[in-house]
Design a protein. Structure first.
Length: 325
């Protein structure tokens, strides 16, 4: 019998378009002989079609497993994962905790720091609390100002002086109640794909060569000028260190299923910094998560098969847990 897979895509965020493209690539790659594909579309207002997933166990006897392909808020942040937990449906990717911690750039760094993993120096503030004058001088310029919970570089700016910092803080504050200010790293951007539950594996890393001052929204999705190199041209010991740190970060945030872990490699010091972890990375035909696996010997369709297996095996594991006396 075919496995019935519900793919959820779209969503109420700036990453709606990317989600559509990721979901299309995933649906195309799913072997029709093995899977029955069920499409759950969420529009920009948050309305589901043909109908929403209900939070009641047993409400969806027609679904065997769910593949949430929602990037960013209301999808990658633990919210949809919470819904699927309530519904008692197996799903691809990180659980509620791993999703929420990974989404929040402040929490992710705190959890990594607790394990002595290298994260860049930063400050965090709540909206209205960030006084540009007070921040000036606490970190060297340039700094990166970011909404704590977002993706695709939305609301992120690079500030090179106090005036730019003020504008950057105002912009970031529109997108989140929590804002972070980080020391800017002059160097290279690397990414590494991770796959697995209890025993995750890391792919060969890749390098991103942005075409602009940094890898911003235009560069990611519109300009098509950023270059990528897979596998990244690195000394073997750096490649090994990227893979090791990617796995350490994955475990630290208690991720499962998959994640793309992103790094900054500082030119002046040769030091690697963990930048962020994405629990539902892009899955378009040109996205780096599947591309890194391809170069590491796991093709797109095989990757989808593996992710679904991992979702089902986590559900099996859950059966050993009692939820009441
Ligand atoms: N501390 C930093 N130093 C240098 N560049 C940075 C720093 N933080 C972010 N960037 C640049 O901004 C881009 C987006 O930041 P990132 O933290 O990855 O946010 P997002 O979740 O939106 O992808 C990065 O890909 C990188 O080009
Ligand atoms: Mg990023």
């Amino acid at each position: 019998m075919k496995l019935r897979v519900a793919v959820i895509f779209g969503g109420r965020t700036g990453e709606h378009e990317v989600s559509l493209r990721s979901a299309q690539a995933i649906l195309n790659a799913m072997d029709p002989a093995r899977y029955e594909k069920l499409e759950y579309f969420i529009d920009r207002q948050g309305k589901w079609s043909p109908h929403p997933i209900l939070p009641e166990p047993g409400a969806h006897p027609d679904i065997d497993v769910v593949f949430p392909v929602l990037h960013g808020t209301f999808g990658e942040d633990g919210t949809v994962q919470g819904l699927l937990e309530l519904a008692d449906l197996p799903y691809v990717g990180a659980g509620v905790l791993g999703s929420a911690v990974s989404m929040d750039k402040d929490m992710m760094k705190r959890v990594c720091r607790e394990r002595d993993l290298p994260v860049v120096e930063y400050l965090s503030f709540h909206r209205g609390q960030a006084d540009p004058q007070a921040i000036c001088g606490r970190l060297p310029f340039p700094v990166f100002v970011k909404p704590a919970n977002l993706g695709s570089s939305v609301g992120i700016s690079k500030a090179s002086n106090c005036v730019e910092l003020e504008a950057a803080l105002a912009l970031a504050a529109q997108f989140d109640y929590k804002i972070i200010v980080e020391r800017g790293i002059d160097g290279r951007e690397l990414e590494c794909s991770v796959l697995g539950n209890e025993t995750p594996i890391a792919s060969l890393p890749c390098e991103i060569l942005p075409s602009r001052a940094f890898y911003d929204y235009e560069d990611k999705y519109l300009l098509d000028l950023a270059r990528t190199v897979v596998p990244a041209d690195l000394p073997p010991e750096t490649t090994a260190e990227v893979r090791r740190l990617a796995l350490e970060c994955y475990r630290a945030v208690e991720c499962e299923g998959m994640a793309r872990v992103d790094f900054l490699l500082e030119s002046a010091t040769g030091k690697l910094y963990l930048n962020e972890i994405n629990t539902i990375p892009g899955f378009t035909s040109i996205s780096m998560y599947p591309k890194m696996w391809e170069h590491s010997g796991i093709g797109f369709s095989a990757l989808i098969d593996r992710l679904i297996e991992l979702a089902l095996s986590r559900q099996e594991r859950k059966k050993a847990t009692r939820f009441a006396r």
